[in-house]
Design a protein around this ligand. Structure first.
Ligand code: FE
Length: 236
């Protein structure tokens, strides 16, 4: 059972490679273990509304969700491995402790980023309202300027764009990430997450990321983003 699953994943991976759609995230998902470990993280299901979106297919969402579940599995596995790691062998060039702690940020990043992403999709687009709109206008000049910056940052990123609130400065900014764990800044809370990895759009748009970003905007549920913003502690 274990071997046949691995063989299937290997075949899928090779197939994806030949199509040119393989990215590092898909490779990592193919390496998911089958053993069970204690659950610290538990995967959330997709909302029904994400299966009927405008321009992002059900198939894309189903496959994307599988990658997310892989991050949940790996987060739990790494946290479990850390319980028995040999602290006396800690080393900055290579050590099990170092490897586990570095990859834990990638795995948990994959969980958190995708939960924001899936959670605020399935809506009808439009614009934010109330306090969030006020903050966007304050920090970007207008909603249109913010959107222009987000879309451009989406073309410049290799993994993610986050609209996040820097709780120290009291400002919103469109941060750019090349992977699940790059490049956050301390005490900035993400309220919107745009996945720009190829797996998020290749099935629907091939290399046309620009059209995917347009589709992402059309399906945003701003109420969810507004709620996430309102829940930030010490909002200035
Ligand atoms: Fe993703």
């Amino acid at each position: 059972m274990k071997n046949s699953r691995r063989d299937f994943l290997k075949r899928t991976t090779v197939g994806a490679l030949s199509l040119g759609v393989l990215d590092a995230e898909l490779l990592r998902a193919a390496e998911q273990p089958t053993q069970s470990v204690p659950q610290v993280f538990a995967p959330k299901s997709l909302k029904p509304s994400t299966f009927a979106m405008d321009g992002i297919s059900k198939k894309t969402m189903e496959e994307h969700h599988k990658l997310y579940v892989g991050y949940v599995t790996k987060s739990n596995e790494i946290l479990d491995a850390l319980k028995s790691v040999d602290l006396s062998k800690a080393n900055q060039t290579y050590s099990a402790l170092r490897a586990l702690k570095v990859e834990l940020t990638f795995a948990i990043g994959g969980v958190k980023n995708h939960e924001i992403y899936f959670d605020h999709l399935g809506g009808k687009g439009g614009k934010p309202e109330g306090r969030l709109l006020d903050q966007i206008v304050k920090d970007f000049g207008s909603y249109e300027s913010w959107e222009k910056d987000l879309k451009a940052t989406g073309l410049a990123a290799r993994g993610w764009v986050w609209l996040a609130y820097d709780a120290d400065r009291g400002t919103l900014f469109n941060y750019l990430g090349d992977a699940q764990n790059t490049f956050p800044i301390w005490n900035a809370v993400p309220i919107l997450a745009l996945d720009t990895y190829e797996h998020a759009y290749f099935l629907d748009y091939a290399t046309d990321r620009k059209s995917y970003i347009e589709a992402f905007m059309r399906n945003l549920d701003w109420k969810v983003v507004e709620q996430r913003f309102a829940q930030i502690p010490n909002l200035k």
